[in-house]
Design a protein around this ligand. Structure first.
Ligand code: HEC
Ligand code: HEC
Length: 217
């Protein structure tokens, strides 16, 4: 019985990995940022015309790597990632081809992101920096630098998201949604569900404040 269970879960795991591999279309298409820029007028109301959003609770898309943005657009399209505000554009996203979504993602990647300003609270900054750089291994919290890089640029090849300069309110809400496992789209979300499982609200606030103020140089 146990053996069967193990076999079944291995199978499930390989199907999941298979599905994740299949997110990028068969024939790798690069996506045209010019085509993308002609498709995002409805997005500007929240994400800004250049991908720098208008509200601290809404994510910036400017400078985000194409693979990550593309994957998220697919998750919204297929309903595995859900959000009330984004639901207003799902019908529209459903009319777009993968090629067009790649174009949108390429357009946002080509835009430069605004630099954020962390709250100047020494204790909060120190806590955020310590967790971001070293994690808290006793609590199972990994160093964020391992995947998001020391300056928050993320990892373009792997499609790990850029977090530097990201809106603070959004960083907080999305970390809480990973923690509660509400954000549960795609195999990669499991990595963040595990990384955030033992974070307290105060630690999330500190991390969000720190990442918001990080910038690439
Ligand atoms: C009414 C406001 C609104 C509009 C219009 C809107 N968005 Fe969003 N978008 C949001 C919010 C809020 C989130 C954060 C969702 C969450 O917390 O899960 C989001 C998330 C995203 C994300 C994921 C960002 C990340 O860092 O994971 C992408 C990509 C995105 N939107 C693209 C678009 C595109 C493309 C359009 C236009 C077709 C669009 N959005 C229109 C509000 C909006
Ligand atoms: C092993 C690699 C890895 C580690 C370590 C890691 N992350 Fe992530 N992170 C990812 C991946 C991959 C995603 C995209 C997940 C998805 O598709 O939902 C992500 C997503 C995120 C997001 C959402 C970005 C967005 O625009 O919505 C935030 C915020 C984040 N991570 C913060 C952190 C913090 C804070 C830490 C350290 C406590 C951390 N990560 C540690 C790989 C990692």
């Amino acid at each position: 019985m146990l053996k069967f269970f193990l076999m079944a879960s291995t199978l499930l795991y390989s199907i999941n990995t298979f599905a994740a591999d299949k997110i990028m279309p068969e024939k790798i298409s690069v996506g045209d940022p010019e085509v993308g820029s002609s498709l995002v007028s409805t997005c500007a109301a929240c994400h800004g015309s250049d991908g720098n959003s208008l509200n601290g609770s809404w994510p910036n898309l400017a400078g985000q790597n194409q693979k990550y943005t593309y994957d998220q657009l697919k998750y919204f399209q297929n309903g595995s990632r859900q959000n009330v505000l984004m639901s207003s554009v799902i019908e529209y996203l459903n009319t777009l081809t993968d090629e067009q979504l790649l174009g949108i993602a390429a357009f946002y990647e080509s835009q430069s992101s605004n630099v954020g300003q962390a709250t100047n609270d020494e204790e909060l900054l120190a806590l955020g920096e310590k967790l971001y750089r070293a994690g808290d291994l006793g609590k199972g919290i990994p160093a964020c630098t391992a995947c998001h890089s020391p300056n928050g640029a993320g990892n373009i090849q792997a499609g790990f998201p850029k977090v530097s300069g990201q809106q603070k309110g959004y960083l907080e809400s999305t970390l809480k949604e990973y923690r509660s496992q509400k954000r549960d789209a795609g195999a990669y979300s499991l990595v963040m569900q595990s990384a955030s499982a033992n974070l307290t609200d105060r630690q999330i606030e500190a991390l969000a404040n720190y990442m918001h103020g990080l910038y690439e140089n």
